[in-house]
Design a protein around this ligand. Sequence first.
Ligand SMILES: [Zn+2]
Ligand SMILES: [Zn+2]
Length: 120
Amino acid sequence: MEVNPIPKPPKSKRKRAVNNSRPTATDICEVCGAGYAANHEIFFGRGKRQLSIKYGLQKRLCHEHHQGPYGPHFNKAVDDEYKREGQMKFEETHSREDFLRLFGRNYLDTILKIMRSKED
Ligand SMILES: [Zn+2]
Ligand SMILES: [Zn+2]
């Protein structure tokens, strides 16, 4: 049994977002202010990376705050925090329905879970 693949739009109309520009000294890490910070796509994997680029859901992060132990790729709590930020940013200009349709889940519901678990 084959899972229905999502049909791809024709190649000519498929514009890939550009995200390969080299970071410069004025690209500052949003956490520590270091220069030459790379763009981190808040939602990544399975086509979400391109959506992050398309909707500007990115953060400038230096190597340490990107790939280090306190970076979103290695720290689930940091990753979740950035994803909540990203969802809130998206929902300033789009509906929650749009977010769920594109990104598949509501990251803001974890805030309620955290609040509830603290009450116990
Ligand atoms: Zn940093
Ligand atoms: Zn990243």
